[in-house]
Design a protein around this ligand. Structure first.
Ligand SMILES: Nc1ncnc2c1ncn2[C@@H]1O[C@H](COP(=O)(O)OP(=O)(O)OP(=O)(O)O)[C@@H](O)[C@H]1O
Ligand SMILES: Cc1cn([C@H]2C[C@H](O)[C@@H](COP(=O)(O)O)O2)c(=O)[nH]c1=O
Length: 202
């Protein structure tokens, strides 16, 4: 395991991505790798300011999609590309699959328009590995309700999350070489065991 890799964590809100990102980063560090752990929207000063806007302000769905890509452009320029250039590994809590799933699947923005933005913002970069934490809407909702105040997306209705999850699963079947689906209804210990296997196979 030597050359720098870009690993993304995806799933509907409450699926458990954030719970496991630190675990994966630690697995990689234990192998002597330097790891940059980051998130979207966010990851830079400007990106975090955009995150506040998109998570809390109502806006046109195309504005929302373009702000996700604006945050991503900055994130790529300031964090992701320099890290990969140094040979560091990058683990990111969400990336472009989230825009296809939430703005495309959930909000029904044209997938073709999103592909244009993707081609503009990162024509030559895709994650090496995408871990899709997959869980039923009911389990995800119960986990969120137990823990925190809900943001704009987390307050969406069940059909929004059903469509978001379906788009994630559609992308996983479109890009099988890149995606690994992690059954996230299991216990945290069982999930960590699967993650350790996936990482050691990289
Ligand atoms: N496998 C699991 N079993 C039980 N509880 C879990 C599991 N995974 C995560 N949780 C709990 O569910 C809650 C949501 O988890 P987490 O924040 O990791 O989800 P997330 O996918 O990152 O959500 P979001 O995208 O909204 O930030 C947390 O309280 C976490 O402790
Ligand atoms: C990158 C990205 C994110 N979102 C949504 C998905 C979540 O509801 C929030 C923030 O993410 P977190 O995992 O809860 O920290 O933003 C989105 O709609 N489109 C995107 O591209």
């Amino acid at each position: 395991m030597t050359s720098a890799k870009f690993i993304t964590f995806e799933g509907i809100d409450g699926a458990g991505k954030s719970t496991h990102i630190g675990y994966v980063a630690d697995l990689l560090r234990a192998r002597g790798l330097t790891v940059v752990s980051t998130r979207e929207p966010g990851g830079t000063e400007l990106g975090e300011a955009l995150r506040e806007l998109v998570l809390h302000k109502k806006m046109h769905l195309e504005t929302e999609a373009m702000l996700m890509f604006a945050s991503r452009r900055e994130h790529l320029a300031e964090v992701i590309e320099p890290a990969l250039g140094r040979g560091d590994w990058v683990v990111s809590d969400r990336f472009t699959d989230a825009t296809f799933a939430y703005q495309g699947g959930g909000r029904k923005l044209s997938i073709q328009k999103l592909e244009v933005l993707e081609q503009w913002v990162h024509p030559h970069l895709q994650p090496d590995l995408t871990l899709l934490f997959d869980v039923s809407l009911e389990v995800a909702r119960a986990r969120l309700d137990a823990t925190r105040d809900l943001d704009k997306f987390e307050q969406e209705k069940a059909t929004f999350f059903a469509d978001t999850r379906a788009e994630y699963l559609r992308r996983a079947s479109q890009f099988p070489a890149r995606f690994r689906i992690v059954d996230s209804t299991r216990s945290i210990a069982d999930i960590q065991q699967s993650l350790a296997q996936i990482i050691s196979a990289l």
